[in-house]
Every structure is written in C-alpha cells, then in structure tokens.
Design a protein around this ligand. Structure first.
Ligand SMILES: Cc1cc2nc3c(=O)[nH]c(=O)nc-3n(C[C@H](O)[C@H](O)[C@H](O)COP(=O)(O)O)c2cc1C
Length: 355
C-alpha cells in the first residue's frame, strides 16, 4: 500500500477542485526549496535509456507527460519534473485571466475511474504565466504550452487571441499546442471549420520566428471522416504534430451518479476511444502523435504507443494514482519493452499498426 492510497480517501472527501488546489499548493511548496525538490526527485524519478527519445527536435527523458489542465498557470512545473514526468504541458493559457464556469465544475466518478469537468478555460492569463515562467525558470524537461482563446471571442478575435498568447509564450516553449477541442467552452462558432483552422495556422506561422513546433489538440467525439479532414488541413499547413485526444461528451458505460453532469469526461472510460483516434491518425500520417486519454498504467500507456503515439500524457490517472504515477508507468514500460523484445520506446511506436 502506498502513502497515497492511504491518503486518497481523505483527499477524496474534499470537493474535487479544492483537493486539486491544495494538491498544487503542496507541489509548489515541494519545488520551492532545493532539499525538498531533491528529495522528491530521489523518491520518484526513474531513468532508463530505453525510455529516451527525440521528437520535435527536443530530447525527452521518458515518454510520460502531464496533460494540459493540471498546471494551467505554470505553478508547479518543477515539482512535476521531480515526480518523474518526462515533459510538462501547461495551459490552456488565454490572453487575459478568466474565471471560467460556475462552481461546482469538476466531478470525480470514482466507480468509473473517471472525472467530468466543465472548468471553461479558467486561468490567470498569459502575462501572469509569463512572469511565473521568468521567476521560476522553465523545468529541466520539455515544456509544452497549450494556448486558447477567450470565451466570448468572435471568430476574428479568436485568431488575435492565439496570436497574442503565442508571441508572448513561445520563447519558453519546446512546443505549442493549439487547443480547438475543448468541449466545455461556449460554442460561439465552429472552431474546427477548415477556414478558421487555416487562419490560425497561417497567423502563427508568420509569428513563428523561433520555429517552435506547433501541435493541434484533437477531440475524441468527431467521426473518423472529420478527423481525417482535419488531418489534411493540418498536414497542408506544416503543423508539426498532433495531440489525441481531449475529453469526451460521451457517457457510455458509466456507473457513477455524477455521470449526468455536463462537461468533458476523462479517465479510464475514455481510453479505448482515444486509442482509436490515435490509431486512425497514425495509420494516415507520419506526424508525431502525443496520446492522451485514460492512461493510468504501463499497459494503457503501452497500448497508445503501440497504436502509434510517440509520447503519452495523463491527468485523471494522476489524480487516482498519486505522485508515483509517472515512475510506475515508466518502470512498467521498460518491463513491457523487454517482454516484447523491443530495444527502446522508439522501436515499439506503432507496433500494432497494419503495414
Ligand atoms: C479538470 C481538467 C481540466 C482540463 N483542462 C484542459 C485544458 O485547459 N486544456 C486542454 O487542452 N485539456 C484540458 N483537459 C484535458 C486533458 O488534457 C486530457 O486531454 C483529458 O483529460 C484526457 O486525459 P486523461 O484521461 O488522462 O485525463 C482537462 C482535463 C481535466 C480533467
């Protein structure tokens, strides 16, 4: 039994958003001094050469990252690195601070190993995030910056929103993610329309003096044909990679009473759907894919890698499994690679795809 499995029932008695805020405060405290950061590192980090790989011109110490939404405002990137995550994605960052949707807006579905959220892009805004990154410096592992628009923005204003956040934060980023797949922000226009996506990519490309890799985060609810159409646009605009997937509006197979809350569902029940999207993308493109959705163990991470993901991320699995999540997944991945005769993660990527 780990410390976290003893603490979890207590933590789960708190309202989810409060538990999350307290958890992040603890992490910030943990990263604030050299001895505590070193102690976290020595307990939780796991290194193995078979886990290292290069993508987007950047070296990743392992393929297990923390997904967007956990550290929206870059408050605990160093603690997340110390906990053994191979990369950290902050955001979604918007140009100005936003309060997001009314509370409660985050729900645990314990019977299902899932969560539903309708946070609605709450965050401190790009200036506060920039100041924090300058004050704390960036972590020692690759940093992704996930960017989004203000909730009330019109289609034209949204382009300007992306441009602003991109120019402000891309100097800190190893990659930037355009998030057009959040199912719990207001639908003022179709964010996935080809014209809108083209305008975003064209605008960011003209601002991309540092040639920072640009990725797009894809939803899990679109039919296969729409995903392939989006892929065509992405490829024709020289986008560097894909993140699949965001949360889902599906409630299939859920048991917990909270299943009737509206918002995006994440965690174990999303696993299969997101792996399907990864497989579909990987069968149709050579662009690197970051797989996310229901990763909570070495097996679920390996499934996504074998389906074509070069890297994986998680959020809900971290909430359920605690600080040792990245270490346990990485250890387990090395065992799975050895079992199947792969010399490295690189060799296992796409192993389940048909030729
Ligand atoms: C509370 C919460 C907030 C999230 N906020 C964001 C966000 O701001 N931007 C984003 O791209 N994804 C966001 N996500 C989605 C996650 O990055 C991830 O795609 C999704 O949760 C599936 O992964 P998981 O099953 O490991 O949680 C959020 C997820 C949760 C649970």
């Amino acid at each position: 039994m780990t410390c976290y499995s003893r603490l979890r029932p207590l933590a789960f008695r708190l309202p989810p958003e409060l538990a999350h805020t307290l958890g992040k405060r603890l992490l910030r405290l943990g990263q604030s001094t050299w001895p505590t950061r070193t102690a976290l590192r020595s307990v939780y980090q796991y290194e193995h050469p078979a886990l290292e790989l290069e993508r987007f011109g950047t070296q990743f110490p392992n393929p297990v990252g923390i997904a967007a939404g956990f550290d929206k405002n870059a408050e605990c990137t160093h603690a997340l690195e110390a906990l053994g995550f191979g990369f950290v994605e902050i955001g979604t960052v918007t140009p100005y601070s936003q309060t997001g949707n009314e509370k409660p807006r985050l729900f645990r579905l314990q019977e299902d190993g899932a969560m539903i959220n309708r946070m609605g892009f709450n965050g401190d805004g790009m200036e506060a995030v920039k100041e924090r990154l300058l004050a704390d410096s960036t972590p020692g592992v690759p940093l992704g910056v996930n960017i989004g628009k203000m909730n009330p923005s019109t289609e034209r204003e949204a382009i300007e929103d992306y441009r602003r956040v991109f120019t402000r934060l891309n100097p800190f980023a190893d990659y930037v993610v355009v998030n057009v797949s959040c199912p719990n922000t207001p639908d003022t226009f179709d964010e996935n329309s080809p014209e809108h996506l083209e305008s975003i990519f064209e605008t960011l490309e003209t601002e991309n003096d540092f040639e920072v890799p640009i990725l797009v985060k894809i939803g899990s609810d679109s039919p296969d044909e729409s995903i392939l159409e989006l892929l065509e646009i992405v490829e024709s605009h020289g986008v560097d990679g894909l993140i699949a997937t965001n949360t889902t509006t599906s409630r299939e197979g859920l048991q917990a009473p909270e299943r009737d809350e509206w918002g995006g569902m994440s965690g174990a029940p999303l696993r299969e759907q997101s792996t399907h999207v990864i497989e579909l993308l990987a069968s149709n493109t050579d662009l690197p894919i970051i797989g996310v959705g229901g990763v909570d163990s070495a097996e679920s991470a390996y499934e996504k890698i074998r389906a074509g993901a070069s890297l994986v991320q998680l959020y809900t699995g971290f909430v359920y499994n605690g600080p040792s999540t990245a270490r346990e997944i990485n250890k387990g991945l090395v065992e799975l690679l050895e079992r199947d005769g792969f010399a490295s993660i690189e060799a296992a990527i796409g192993a389940d795809l048909e030729d």
